[in-house]
Write a protein that binds this ligand. Structure first.
Ligand SMILES: [Zn+2]
Length: 165
């Protein structure tokens, strides 16, 4: 009864591919071979078998559901385009941080700049610019927007933007 007494479930996500409202299920259905995930709440689209997990301890979806193709596109975009840009910012940017805290600060700033740059290129708000929300077309546009771009170019873009505002 504890669940029933809780406030209404947050709005179910809509599948960007099928435009169907997702159904709340759990890991037992999606990850049958992973008993450790069986109790995790999962939103699933019955149209394409896309799914999305939830923020820890809630049924709030982490993003929009994705089928195999979209999951792969999001993963590739993340691993091969977005992450390398900010993760290598120290080397690429010629920084010489004094300690771990200084390194962390540079990397954090670099990550913010990369996402801000991508948001502007895609015409999205910063809040909308997460791969977990992207559909296939947005993944492709993001890929093209970042292809061949280096971190120093993004940093220069961020400086120009700051000085013009
Ligand atoms: Zn779907």
């Amino acid at each position: 009864m504890r669940n029933a007494a809780r406030s209404a479930l947050p709005e179910a996500p809509v599948c960007p591919a099928c435009h169907l409202v997702c159904r709340l299920t759990n890991g037992r259905e999606v990850y049958s071979h992973r008993p450790d995930l069986h109790d995790k709440p999962i939103w699933r689209c019955d149209g394409c078998d896309g799914y999305v997990g939830c923020h820890p301890g809630t049924t709030r979806p982490l993003g929009t559901p994705a089928g195999a193709e979209l999951r792969r596109a999001r993963m590739l975009l993340h691993d091969q385009m977005i992450d390398p840009l900010w993760m290598t910012a120290i080397e690429a940017g010629g920084y010489q941080p004094e300690d771990r805290a200084a390194r962390a600060k540079i990397v954090r700033a670099a990550r913010n700049r990369v996402y801000a740059f991508l948001a502007e290129r895609l015409g999205l708000s910063r809040e909308e610019t997460h791969t977990a929300f992207f559909d296939l077309e947005t993944c492709r546009r993001a890929w093209r927007a970042l292809q061949g771009v280096t971190y120093p170019e993004i940093r220069a873009w961020a400086h120009r933007r700051r000085s013009s505002s």
